[in-house]
Design a protein around this ligand. Structure first.
Ligand code: FMN
Length: 262
């Protein structure tokens, strides 16, 4: 039987503990001679006897029991946000010559600041950042699946390349702010920067959402949220890869908890 790495490390510690209760069953299990029930019973006994004495073994009994019951093993990986899918937005700004520029960004989330706000983190130095610093406003246009080829291009081409925006994109003006908006994006935020937080290698822009432009069909409340989300087709990204989403409603807020047993 294959023992996962995390459980193996814990059992090796138990085996070397010199305490009969866990030492022998752990060694037997590691050698492929023990059985799951005997080991689980031994670890339970150890946990009951001295699971809160304050020694380094206390959390290991509890963790071993979780792993023996089939919980997934964990390893410390490299620092990344892999497997945490994010939606993507094309930030629109006007260049100094008045032409629109768009760049692709995913370090974006929401906050509350007397009204709906947004937090956008931009690293390094980009045309988008320079134009946000100059104008204090930008648009954030949700990327959906049909827009992925364009979005990938705009995320991998520098705004300072003269030719970047020589591409077929339909642009309109924001309804409230002087920002360029992508006509094909299902949801566009018009954002005004209220605070800039400089970090080591990036800047976080705290913004007030001054307006949200959404496709008229998404405002049709006669259609379910699931149907409207399927029509909007937002794409996501993680592990440096783009993903489609096939949205399946899993319950409203406050409803999903009904399946949770205390
Ligand atoms: C999928 C994807 C997501 C990105 N997200 C961010 C981000 O959140 N923050 C950032 O600083 N750069 C991000 N970038 C890099 C910018 O898109 C890139 O610097 C681009 O050139 C910016 O456009 P600009 O040069 O016209 O300003 C991302 C790139 C890709 C491909």
């Amino acid at each position: 039987m294959k023992i996962n790495g995390e459980l193996k490390t814990i059992l090796e510690k138990f085996a070397e503990s010199g305490w009969d209760v866990i030492g022998e069953p752990s060694r037997a299990y590691l050698d492929g001679k023990g059985d799951w029930e005997a080991l689980t019973a031994a670890v339970k006994e150890a946990d009951m006897t001295c699971g809160s004495c304050g020694c380094e073994y206390d959390p290991l009994y509890k963790r071993a029991l979780q792993l023996l019951s089939g919980k997934p093993a964990k390893v410390s990986g490299r620092t990344s946000n892999d497997f945490c899918p994010q939606t993507m937005f094309l930030y629109g700004t006007y260049r100094e010559d008045g032409a629109p520029n768009f760049g692709l960004f995913c370090w974006f989330s929401y906050c509350w600041d007397g009204g709906l706000g947004a937090m956008a983190c931009i690293g390094g130095s980009t045309l988008t950042k320079d134009r946000i610093n100059a104008a204090g406003v930008f648009s954030a246009n949700l990327v959906n699946e049909p827009m992925l080829p364009l979005a990938d291009y705009l995320g991998n081409t520098k705004g300072y390349d003269e030719d970047k925006m020589n591409v077929p994109v339909d642009v309109m003006r924001g309804a409230v702010l002087d920002v360029p908006v992508l006509s094909d994006s299902p949801v566009s935020f018009e954002l005004e920067v209220t605070k800039t937080v400089p970090l080591d290698g990036s800047d976080v822009y705290i913004c007030k959402v001054r307006n949200v432009l959404i496709n008229e069909a998404l405002a049709d409340t006669d259609t379910s949220v699931e149907q409207r989300l399927r029509a909007a087709l937002p794409a996501s990204t993680t592990c440096a890869t783009y993903f489609s989403n096939a949205p399946k409603a899993k319950g409203a807020w406050g409803e999903a908890m009904k399946a949770f047993k205390k």
